[in-house]
Design a protein around this ligand. Sequence first.
Ligand code: C2O
Ligand code: CU
Ligand code: CU
Length: 530
Amino acid sequence: MSEMKRRDFMKASGALALASIIPGSLRAAISSESNILPELEIELRAVKGRIALLKGRQTEVLRYQGRVITGDTKSLIAMPNSYLGPTLRFRRGQRVRIHFINELDVPSIIHWHGLHVPADMDGHPRYAVQPGERYHYDFEVRNRAGTYWYHPHPAGLTAAQIYQGLAGVLLIEDEDEQALLLPRGEYDLPLVIQDRRIDSNNQFQYIGSGMASMMDRMRGFLGDRVLVNGHLNYITKVAARPYRLRLINASNARIYKLALKNGQPLTVIGTDGGLLAKPASVPYVTLAPAQRTEVWLDFSHYLVGENIELYSEPFGGEMEMMGGGMKCGGKMGSGKSNGGMMAGPSNGDALPVMRFQVAEKQAMTSSSTAINLPETLSRIRKPEITNAVNANSPRRFALTMQRMRWGINGREFSMMAVANDEKVRQDTTEVWEFDNTVSGGMMGAMAHPMHIHDVQFQVLSRHHDDKYANGNKELAAGFLDQGWRDTVLVMPGERVRILVKFEDYTGLYLYHCHNLEHAAMGMMRNYRIS
Ligand code: C2O
Ligand code: CU
Ligand code: CU
């Protein structure tokens, strides 16, 4: 079906979305995709709004608002007093239908980050709808239980729209995960972490003009204040018991090195694609843009009234200068200097993130959720490298910088373009290598969080060039490569190999750097499954 026809068709089937009153046979005739009644039908609108973030003038934002049309009303819960969109809760195997209505004055489309869905349900920029138009999604939830998120993906506008507030949490549950009795309900906390620059009028400040703005584009836009779930200086009251914390980095370009100020290690139970096989104790969690990490945190060891602070530790090595090029305020190895001709926020800054305040003592018995962390969390059925069609000759993606623009294998995004080396076969397993040893020029090398749509993959190996020892040393203990990932942080001088299987669907999907300014600049490409 041509793109235009497809869109008309989507409109038509949407007009007939009053599915419940249409006989099944007729619906089947309308669309093979929507011939199963969805168990859950929701509406999400992208709108302009205002929120009270600070005293004084309200902050102008873009936001998603939603409602449940059919199905469990708890499948969509508004994020309290926040610009963030409602938290969606899907079940594996569920059939969902989502009506997206664009009430902005610019094109938009929603992408379900981390979800395995047909190509025309994935929110590729080619499906962006104009102001006043809608797009209808209809898919089966096939992912493992876990923490995902949704955000806009229109060409050239993604970074600004997410920055202005368009993003939301998407949780998936399944039977295996529910049987574990992990903390749930009010003890299961999604924590969306974002950084912003806020001007003296209380407005989110994005890329301006001039020399500084060029650096903001090249490096990625960094804020100097951290918001959690849309709040500055976020404090959440907790009971003296274990919690499931779902950390989501929805920042444009900031990498966090999340740790507890009191020095206690963090117990990680999940990553982008769901639960780990077993819990892992780490000194800190490295959370690159778009990544998620789930942490089990037991507050029963703390006193009532105690404050437990989560912060981002300082680090260096995210950006490596070569040949003494221009300084951009980036940390160069030591993680201490903030010099350079354009001082400003840097990746690697120490930043407060949020605090937990222990509010009540709770009896440790009589609870429907486990008080002890299960030793085994899930079964991870890894694809076998021996099944890969190219085990010894990885498909290589060089992360490049040419003529002051980021790219992949020297190419930039173009709406429908797919090069020969970007074509894969359905039902095959491949080794891909992201090679960050070649980028250079004035910017030196930077860390790139590389994301692939439609899949969850396994990280096979990291090879590190000794020239750039710092970055890896300072962040590696928090990488958590053992879990499923859809986004992997590739440090300067590093070659990261991943194992990825392309199943079920064919078509055009994106892969890109999730530093949103890098992606906007061109560090994004299509790949085709056929
Ligand atoms: Cu969060 Cu193209 O993705
Ligand atoms: Cu994605
Ligand atoms: Cu990048």
